[in-house]
Design a protein around this ligand. Structure first.
Ligand SMILES: Cc1cn([C@H]2C[C@H](O)[C@@H](COP(=O)(O)OP(=O)(O)O[C@H]3O[C@@H](C)C(=O)[C@@H](O)[C@H]3O)O2)c(=O)[nH]c1=O
Length: 176
């Protein structure tokens, strides 16, 4: 028998500082279904840990599909919407700009534009409901990554994504 056994390990003690795991960021006249939550990072000399989503706080629709996007400096991914899925986008690094445009004709915020600068300086989980048009640009000088934890799987045979070009004149926002 070796000199080490499982019993040699010490269980982690409960921890609890006063930092929340996630907190809603209030926005003026929010688009229905859009949610902006501040991500909380805990760190020590080894590095950092940021919870991206957790059922610890409230019931969540478990993400059946999670992916990471790597965005080159200056790159633009726009304009898209989904018919069925909610996007749940975690932005934790880089200097990114997420732009939302509400084209839901029955929405109280119809034709509202919302611009969010996110990433290292503003770590957030952004929930985007179906039919809210969105785009993202990496405005930084280096590659940035972000995570999407949508509420539905990506089906290559029936992608749930509808697009127009990023410079379509119908959207009242111009990526620089
Ligand atoms: C969404 C998705 C795409 N792909 C493939 C398809 C394609 O070859 C490549 C890039 O896919 P897309 O062109 O759909 O990815 P892209 O248009 O870059 O999608 C991105 O758009 C921005 C606006 C977002 O909000 C992101 O969440 C992400 O959906 O990756 C997967 O393999 N799995 C996936 O889950």
């Amino acid at each position: 028998m070796g000199t080490l056994s499982l019993e040699d390990f010490v269980d982690d003690q409960p921890w609890g500082d006063d930092l929340p795991l996630l907190e809603d960021i209030p926005s003026e006249n929010p688009m229905p279904g859009v949610r902006i939550q501040r991500l909380v990072t805990r760190g020590d000399k080894r590095g950092e840990l940021t919870v991206l989503m957790s059922a610890l706080l409230e019931p969540i629709a478990p993400p059946p599909h999670v992916y990471q996007v790597s965005a080159e400096a200056g790159s633009i991914r726009a304009w898209v919407y989904h018919k069925r899925q909610f996007d749940r986008l975690a932005y934790t690094n880089g200097d990114l700009r997420a732009v939302l445009y509400d084209l839901r004709e029955d929405s109280p915020t119809y034709e509202k534009l919302e611009i969010l600068d996110v990433g290292a300086a503003n770590k957030i989980l952004l929930t985007i409901p179906p039919y809210v048009v969105h785009g993202i640009q990496n405005r930084g000088k280096s590659t940035a990554t972000f995570i999407n934890m949508p509420t539905a799987v990506y089906d290559p045979k029936h992608p749930d994504k509808s697009r127009i070009p990023f410079d379509h004149p119908g959207v009242p926002y111009k990526f620089e």
